[in-house]
Ligand binder design. Structure first.
Ligand code: FNR
Length: 186
């Protein structure tokens, strides 16, 4: 059994009934038992402004410390107008600066996108991955997770309706668990 690894989750939707939040919950449920999770609050982070680096906001400092202390990152996000939701991009930008203190560099990560549409937020996943590579995160290459038609996938309590999707997500999280060990060199 690999050692315990703590995974920070960043969800790109702030809304209460978010399907992405539901998916994040399922991903935790099906994950290998050596992975522990904490969802980081990104909705309260002030917009990135380089001028603030002289005296950074407490919420920025706290967020950066949380990311730094994590062994891996799981991004779960919708697609906003074929791109990355601003709240998620803002969090990534905050973690990346100043460059010598970039808290993302070298960490393993995985991305899952969820949409109510048929295209499954795939465009968003590509934009997110592009940004994650730019800040030095090591993204799990395969399997890729794009969940479409989310309104049909989850019931009113946020439970997944489809066993085959749950099984697929289990394989994804198992692969992520192995990827974390690969990147940490064990
Ligand atoms: C969307 N939505 C959306 N869906 C999609 O598949 N492609 C897109 O480009 C967009 N664009 C978009 C922009 C904005 C501003 C909003 C608010 C929504 C719909 C989106 O998939 C839907 O609202 C999801 O339910 C959002 O995820 P959560 O909030 O349920 O996690």
């Amino acid at each position: 059994m690999p050692q315990t690894r703590n995974v920070a989750i960043l969800v790109g939707s702030l809304r209460k009934g978010s399907y992405n939040k539901m998916a994040a919950k399922v991903l935790q449920d099906v994950a290998p038992s050596h992975l522990t999770f904490e969802t980081l609050d990104i909705g309260g982070l002030p917009f990135y402004n380089q001028d603030a680096e002289e005296n950074p906001y407490e919420s920025w400092v706290h967020f950066r410390e949380k990311v730094k202390a994590s062994d891996a990152i799981l991004f779960v996000s919708p697609e906003y107008n074929r791109s990355i939701p601003a709240v998620l991009k803002n969090a990534i930008d905050i973690g990346s600066r100043p460059p010598p203190k970039n808290v993302w560099r070298g960490k393993p990560c995985a991305v899952a996108t969820v949409s109510i549409g048929a295209t499954s937020a795939m465009a968003s996943a590509f934009v997110i991955r592009q940004t994650l590579v730019a800040v030095g995160l090591a993204c799990l290459p395969q399997p890729e997770v794009y969940l479409g038609k989310a309104a049909d996938l989850f019931d009113e309590n946020g439970a997944l309706r489809k066993d085959d999707t749950r099984e697929f997500l289990r394989k994804f999280m198992a692969a992520f668990g192995k990827w974390i060990e690969t990147i940490h060199g064990e």
